[in-house]
Design a protein around this ligand. Sequence first.
Ligand code: CS2
Length: 492
Amino acid sequence: MTAPVDTAPRLSDGTLAGLPADVRRPSYDRAATRIGIVHFGPGAFHRAHQAVYLDGLLGDEPDWAISAVSLHSPGVRDALQPQDGLYTLALIGERTQLRVIGSIREVLCAPQQRKAVLARLVDPQVRLVTLTITEKGYCLSADGVDAAHPDIARDLVSPEQPVSAIGWLVAGLRERRALGLAPYTVLSCDNLADNGGRLRRAVLDHARRIDAGLAAWIEAEVAFPRSMVDSITPASDEALRARVALGLGVDDAWPVQREPYTQWVVEDDFRSGRPAFERVGVVMSGDIAGYDRAKLRLLNAPHSTLAYLGSLMQLETVADAMREPVLAGFVERLMREDIAPNVGAPAGFDADAYVDAILERFRNPAIRHLLAQIAWDGSQKLPVRLLGTIADALATGWPIDRLCLPVAGWLRFVVRQAKAGVALVDPLDAALSDIGRTATGEPAHDVAAFLGLDAVFAPLSGDARFTAALCDAYAALGDADPAAVARALAAA
Ligand code: CS2
């Protein structure tokens, strides 16, 4: 978002008291709070989710305010610094509610403020580092870190000048160890199965390449709890900013919006103290693998399904897609008949009720959640959302035909964008677009080219049943014009 151009007063500590009475605002003294958390990646999701939970807690526990660190661009800092870190959350339900969030006390841009970021990471008052950097931000390999990734390669050569999130985590821990300080706990809040475990393995892998002693210390001392996060958060847009300015009577350069529903499940494994999360509705659990799988497979996979198949049908938002009976019906069958039966959810989990609630959330007409936003980063999302379900189905002999349609939808979407000369928002854009440009439309040819992308398909690409089902699904989508997609969905 760009800074407001008019001269209306800006949201800030100074204008807080004058906001309309129906706007909820921090009930605690912000000046009395202290930074106890460094957060990497203060995009809309963090600000609409974790920062909101902490805002609810700071009155009772003032030691857990946030220093928000962007790893790349200064946009969030430049928008929020003049606002003293304040911003508005719009809760989009039957009636929109505005709430000003005060838990972010500092916003930094890592490439421009290296010293300040490192100073925070070694501040003994900071006991928790959290992350929402999206799937691609972790630079993961199958069981560690991708040492060939340019950012990781750079950080291995100059560990004291990190650019990647993994590099920053290790640099901070290295410094803490050198200073004889206790480490911080590292909490991933991204949509990745086993997010804490994978992050831990990546950090250890990276640290080992720098200093074996450091890696051994991290292994023994640092906790990496897993977590599951959930709340539908469409990107902020100008309409939101205008709506918020109207409701507040002052400008907010970067408000965020989300649905009223929110869930946060966190593995209770913190060794340096933690906020009393349970007081604000966070579920603390000893085993979150089940929650994680249920959410990734029953919410995120259907979301991606709507994104690719809905885009091919020329639809714009999730709610639009849910208004197309043939697409909505397909997604529901996929959820209930193909995914839910094998989801391996936590004990007592009511899959039917969970599916009902998700379908209702997708249908929320007040939320404009663009399919194009969800379609980003397919190469990172499909493996964790959908391909695991397919692998499990293959192992147990469960049918995979329907499950292959959204995968084929992604391939057709990539081909369509490439042929139109539109770049993908995806770290694998170059490779994907190359394949897309040279696609012939012939299923065996095109599918074979995509299956050669090991980073996406490695665990499945050798399976003849998968290749055959994916070719069939790709063929069923025909030219991927809206009518062909609708026919394929009706038949599936
Ligand atoms: C979405 C998610 O953009 C996407 O890929 O599937 O951001 C989704 O809205 C959230 O995970 C919901 O908690």
